[in-house]
Design a protein around this ligand. Sequence first.
Ligand SMILES: NC(=O)c1ccc[n+]([C@@H]2O[C@H](COP(=O)([O-])OP(=O)(O)OC[C@H]3O[C@@H](n4cnc5c(N)ncnc54)[C@H](OP(=O)(O)O)[C@@H]3O)[C@@H](O)[C@H]2O)c1
Length: 257
Amino acid sequence: MALCLQDKVVLITGASSGIGKACAKTFAALGAKLILTARRLDRLTALAEELSAAHGVAVLPMALDVQDKDAVANAINSLAPEWAEIDVLINNAGLALDTTKLHEGNIDNWDTMLNTNVHGLLYMSRAVLPGMVARNRGHVINVGSVAGHDTYPNGNVYCATKHAVSALSKAMRLDLFDKAVRVSEVAPGAVHTEFSEVRWQDKARADAYYEGFEPLMAEDVADAIAYCATRPAHVDVSELVLFPTAQTSCHYLAKHT
Ligand SMILES: NC(=O)c1ccc[n+]([C@@H]2O[C@H](COP(=O)([O-])OP(=O)(O)OC[C@H]3O[C@@H](n4cnc5c(N)ncnc54)[C@H](OP(=O)(O)O)[C@@H]3O)[C@@H](O)[C@H]2O)c1
């Protein structure tokens, strides 16, 4: 892997858990300066201390709810000069809530998924991209999902949000066609994180989901994201879809019980 992230400023949303946390570890090992955001500041602060000690990199933990457009704009606009020139934005914060038929769905859950996965990504991108455009360099990496390329029963609104992430990734690339700003979508299948626990609010159900097959680990996805970020400047990985070997689509998961 090309070591081209030394002292680059990398902002990760949803860095308190799962894929975002694994990205923080991977990018710190590559020498990047990290802005770590999520709502749970205690987790970010502990991670920042761990990564600074292990890799000697500067890490800025920041409490931020990506659903709050004013907070997002203020956070980016008030960055100190040494953090303000963001080289890589990883739009990772996201969640699924419940799995139900659309006609039985919980509308508050829909709002939270849309506000986080779609609006949050838009607010972050709207705040960070102007600087990248002005500098004519930068990279936005959107964490999509195989649920953005297919649908599955009772996944309706979550799938819709990830289809939006896929569409917005393509649209951003078009809007930036004459700029040296890259846009990548990384779309994983089943990853063993806190995702299913958040989705079902039921640890036993979440644990059972990951039994009987070998899911992707957060580190596998962080590795794919780092691959995109470490290509030479003239190479833009537009879309990277990765599955566990046991999974061939949203529907087909080979479980050995
Ligand atoms: N796990 C999978 O199977 C899978 C598959 C495909 C795609 N993905 C996608 O991967 C991304 C990361 O999920 P994960 O699997 O790593 O799950 P996770 O372990 O639950 O992590 C989700 C992260 O998102 C953050 N987050 C949630 N709502 C937020 C908000 N309103 N503002 C800021 N941060 C927020 C959480 O931090 P706080 O709670 O501290 O705010 C947490 O750090 C998501 O976009 C998800 O859709 C996951």
